[in-house]
Design a protein around this ligand. Sequence first.
Ligand code: NDP
Length: 323
Amino acid sequence: MSKAIRIHRNGGPEVMVWEDVPTPEPGPNEVLLKQQAAGLNYIDVYFRTGLYKAPSMPLIIGQEGAGTVTAVGSAVTTLKPGDRVAYAGAIGGYATDRVIAADRVVKVPDAISFETAAAMMLQGMTAQYLLRRTYHVKPGDTIVVHAAAGGVGLIMCQWAKHLGATVVGVVSTEEKAALARANGAAHTVIGHDKLAAEVKRITGGAGVPVVYDSVGKDTFTASLDCLAPLGLMASYGNASGPVPPVDISILAAKGSLFLTRPTLATYTAKRADLEATANDLFDVVAKGAVKIQVNQTYPLKDAAQAHIALESRKTTGSTVLLP
Ligand code: NDP
């Protein structure tokens, strides 16, 4: 037997139960992992509440982890017991042991600890595809990053600065603003009421070529109002709730804007893309351009406490759950 946090129904943090589960056996193309750390991500909240539909119940939530391979399926040739690996985007992460498709994990460089790996795979690969592929950030660009002191946010601020961009970070408190600035945001704006006006002031009236909006419902219109003509709205999350249906004529009225709703799953669906995205992330971390900040750790059995902190906007940077 092993241990896991499972939900038997959707609901608040209390639906997460720490219980015995049978240790799974790897199928032919799978590996069994002994997890040393699991990552906490906002998507875990969406699966818990039911905003994102559970594939089955009971469900072990969690999308990210790092650990050691303990067994491999009969057809696996790329990994062996003892390998240090990590993954993002495969549900079943809140567990001491789990199976996962061998082609969904990557080997972790020796210099990166399990905790750091579990903290960075999902949020860091998200920052990578948003900054390098959804919109290719160039030196001299000014960009808007919402939830700039959060998990994805602190990585985006550092990485975008490293790429030569000027970041306008949006946060809810003075403390978070200071943290975002310490991590590379050139400007910070508290709340979104005056966001568009501030962005216009900072850009001399021009607006920005891209807004990265993970907040969703509350900030959608304010984000569109920050964009220069032909700008790109990357709406990649729903921390405040999902964006209601959009009348696309608004994109015409605000300057022939582009709108995308990207996911890490699409950007890393092909093995080659997963490897390239992870390697780019390992590279910026190895050279110190991006420092992964694990600002909260909890025992995995206390995942409910971690969810309460995340949803009440008390966390900054990344959070790790320890089995
Ligand atoms: P964060 O650490 O960023 O936590 C969420 C933050 O959102 C809060 O700290 C808070 O920052 C802000 N926020 C604004 N409004 C609310 C609200 N009503 N309730 C709660 N928080 C709010 O989380 P993650 O780094 O894990 O994820 C950030 C976002 O990115 C999430 O929306 C997530 O779904 C999305 N995401 C999307 C991916 C994709 O591929 N599409 C992949 C990874 C993450 P503040 O107090 O400063 O406002």
